[in-house]
Design a protein around this ligand. Structure first.
Ligand code: FE
Ligand code: FE
Ligand code: ZN
Length: 302
């Protein structure tokens, strides 16, 4: 069965129970959460996250625990040239991996890092060493760390399959996998309208069995733009047909597909009120038919 969902919140009183309820409201059967705000590293104690209640609700609704994905905060940078900041990133990721395991989720998505003008080689060296320490620190856990394919904004590392493959080969652990982000790979220059050809290239450096989660996003920019601005499904430069082929690809039936598309504003060009598009996008994906009025409908329904 297709595993489709979106990123959901975990703030508010209900914590992880709220996350499950949000996912259910979108008719999703998988979801992704940040263990706190993605832009900072303050985290609440695991005991108040309502994990048992969340698991119970998941069981009632046939959502397997393996369908939960955690995302590490994106300000954490394993490639930082400052050794103290690198150490902070390693320690923080170690705690995040433990939290991921306690939440029952099988994997945590991590942005490899930004080399900040040391050059990608040096950046990759730091990332490889950092991840080895994190794996060592959590050796008794089987939580996977999924390295996300990046768009190449700024000095990001992990833009090409070659770079990701190099890091994976050097780390050499079953626990390191890949998060394939469609907006990012498109922005990095891959032609997603020919996904089988992209996979051939992926196999050359990594191997498609390493993909443990997809981020399904359209892109506001043309191929190779290195911008990393997500667009609603079918409304960007990748397009509905290409995304649908990836979503329904037979090699990835059991792999969670997570939408990270932007919220829709009440009026075009306004920033006042925003509405999550996920219920509507999931509907559209399941029905296999692009609806060019979708954004308008989202605005009017709510
Ligand atoms: Fe990400
Ligand atoms: Fe992503
Ligand atoms: Zn992105």
């Amino acid at each position: 069965m297709l595993k489709i969902g979106s990123h959901v919140g975990m703030g508010g009183k209900e914590k992880m129970l709220g996350s499950v309820n949000e996912a259910l409201s979108y008719n999703a059967n998988c979801f992704m959460i940040y263990t706190g705000a993605p832009q900072n590293t303050r985290r609440s104690d695991i005991s108040i996250l309502k994990i048992p209640e969340a698991h119970e609700l998941m069981i009632e609704n046939d959502i397997p625990l393996e369908n939960v994905v955690v995302h590490a905060p994106y300000i954490m940078n394993l490639a930082n040239p400052d050794p103290e900041k690198r150490k902070f990133a390693i320690d923080f990721l170690t705690e995040e991996v433990k939290r991921t395991s306690l939440m029952g989720a099988g994997q945590i998505v991590v942005h490899p890092g930004s080399h900040l003008n040391q050059g990608p080689e040096k950046g990759m060296e730091h990332i490889i060493n950092g991840l080895k320490v994190v794996l060592e620190n959590t050796v008794d856990l089987n939580t996977k760390i999924a390295l996300e394919t990046m768009a190449g904004k700024g000095t990001e590392v992990g833009i090409s399959f070659e770079e990701i493959g190099y890091m994976i080969t050097e780390i050499n652990s079953d626990r390191i996998t890949v998060c394939f982000d469609t907006c990012h790979t498109h922005d990095a220059g891959y032609e997603l309208s020919d996904f089988d050809n992209v996979l051939k290239d992926f196999d050359k450096y990594i191997g498609r069995n390493k993909i443990s989660v997809f981020h399904i996003n359209d892109s506001k920019n043309s191929k190779g733009s290195h911008k990393d601005r997500h667009e609603n499904i079918g409304f960007g430069y990748i397009g509905f047909e290409s995304l649908l082929k990836i979503i329904n690809h037979l090699d990835f039936i059991n792999i969670p597909k997570i939408l990270e598309t932007p919220y829709v504003t009440e009026f075009e060009d306004s920033k006042n009120k925003v509405f999550p598009p996920y219920k509507y996008e999931i509907d559209m994906i399941k029905s296999n038919k692009f609806d060019s009025d979708l954004l308008k409908k989202i605005r009017e329904k709510v």
